[in-house]
Write a protein that binds this ligand. Sequence first.
Ligand code: PRP
Ligand code: ZN
Length: 294
Amino acid sequence: MPTERIRIALQKSGRMADDSLALLKACGLHIAKSREQLLCRIKELPIDLLLVRDDDIPRFVSSGICDLGIVGENVFAEEQCAPQPLSARIVERLGFSRCRLSIAVPEGGTIASIDALNQKTIATTYPALLQRFAKDNNISVTILEMTGSVEVAPRLKIADAICDIVASGATLAANNLSEMTTVLSSEALLIRSTATLSATKEAIVTRLLSRLRGVINADDSKYIMLHAPQEHLSDIIALLPGSESPTILPLQGIKDKVAVHAVCRESVFWETMESLKAAGASSILVLPIEKMMG
Ligand code: PRP
Ligand code: ZN
């Protein structure tokens, strides 16, 4: 009998596609054949990737066609905000592809506050989130639902404002629009169906999740090595950002100094290194951590 495999839905092309694949690659998952296929087989684990449009990912997951999905919070939140939410839930926030869903208005126009949006027409591909925003802010707006190119709506005089994704802000700037307020902050999410999986599939999910968390946690973490005079050891350890019980090692032939090795779970800035040096540390090395497993 062939072993059961899990299927993960990913964006085929677009803002999240490359980062999603890079994350899976860091977890040791490599696509056997070309990315041009709809369904790609992973050699190392019983996993297949289904490359689809991002808007389709929540539904593929909730319907059970895929067991997991990597999707933008913007897309997932819009589905979950609709009158009939899908049976899918967030497993992990992945921290990449950060962007925001914002309301933008023509530069130099008359709309300068959320209240001034009352009775206006707003173009968007996110009607459910916009409707919720209007309700939360006690305003009433006419929603012009579009499937794309929302940024042209004000210039065409078919809308007074837009509610769309902003990442770098280049699209808004090119269309003389200015961001007024944020409706939702978004990042990539790992989602799964609320349905129960077979024990075999659940074990594959658990294994993948442990690797994913290992990569995500390692991202911000650093390994610090330094030499510290015995007399200032506690001061120096206190300066290490987010580290638990560092390793203290003797130094061959030196009595008054020890080596300190520690995993710091926060970024190590130049300022931290300067403070360590000022406290008496020397030979300070900061190394990146590729993977972690607890
Ligand atoms: C969004 C949005 C803008 C652009 C904004 O589209 O609709 O066109 O990104 O990014 P910027 O601030 O960096 O210019 P997206 O790439 O998500 O494509 P889609 O709407 O077709 O999924
Ligand atoms: Zn899209």
